[in-house]
Write a protein that binds this ligand. Structure first.
Ligand SMILES: [Zn+2]
Ligand SMILES: [Zn+2]
Length: 130
C-alpha cells in the first residue's frame, strides 16, 4: 500500500518537474496517468497538498480560477500563458526597473509577471493551416 502511494506521488513530482511551465491539476493527471494508469483527480489533489506542505511544489495563480503547480526550486522567473491552447511556460529573465514603478517612499517586496499571447506551436499551426 505505501509503495503504491509513494509511486503515485513520485510520478506527480516527476511530471511537475519535467514540465516547461506550471501545470494544471488536469494536465498533471493526464501526464501522470501514463505512469500510474489508476490515478484519479482526487488523488492528484491529495498529493499536491502533501507536496506543497513538504515544500517541493508551490501554487501559481495565473488568472482568476487558474491555479497551477510548479517546483519550488526554479528560482526567480515569470510565466507566459498561451491564450489559444492554455499552456503555461516558464520565462527566464526579468523586466528591469520594477522597483522604480511605485510612488516615492514605497518599497517593493516581490512581484509577479505573466505574459499573454500565443505559443510557438499555436503560431506555427495557424500558419500551416492557413
Ligand atoms: Zn499554445
Ligand atoms: Zn521578476
Amino acid at each position: 500500500m505505501s509503495t503504491r502511494v509513494t509511486c503515485q506521488r513520485s510520478a506527480i513530482g516527476e511530471v511537475i518537474r519535467s514540465a516547461p511551465g506550471p501545470l494544471h491539476p488536469r494536465e498533471i493527471l493526464n501526464l501522470a496517468s501514463r505512469m500510474v494508469p489508476t490515478l484519479g483527480i482526487a488523488t492528484v489533489y491529495r498529493h499536491l497538498k502533501h507536496l506543497r506542505e513538504s515544500g517541493e511544489v508551490r501554487a501559481v495563480g495565473l488568472g482568476r480560477n487558474d491555479v497551477r503547480y510548479e517546483p519550488t526550486d526554479r528560482g526567480h522567473h515569470h510565466h507566459f500563458l498561451c491564450r489559444e491552447c492554455g499552456e503555461a511556460f516558464d520565462v527566464h529573465g526579468c523586466a528591469g526597473g520594477i522597483a522604480n514603478m511605485v510612488p516615492p517612499g514605497f518599497e517593493v517586496q516581490e512581484h509577479e509577471l505573466t505574459l499573454f499571447g500565443r505559443c510557438g506551436e499555436c503560431v506555427t499551426s495557424e500558419r500551416t493551416a492557413g
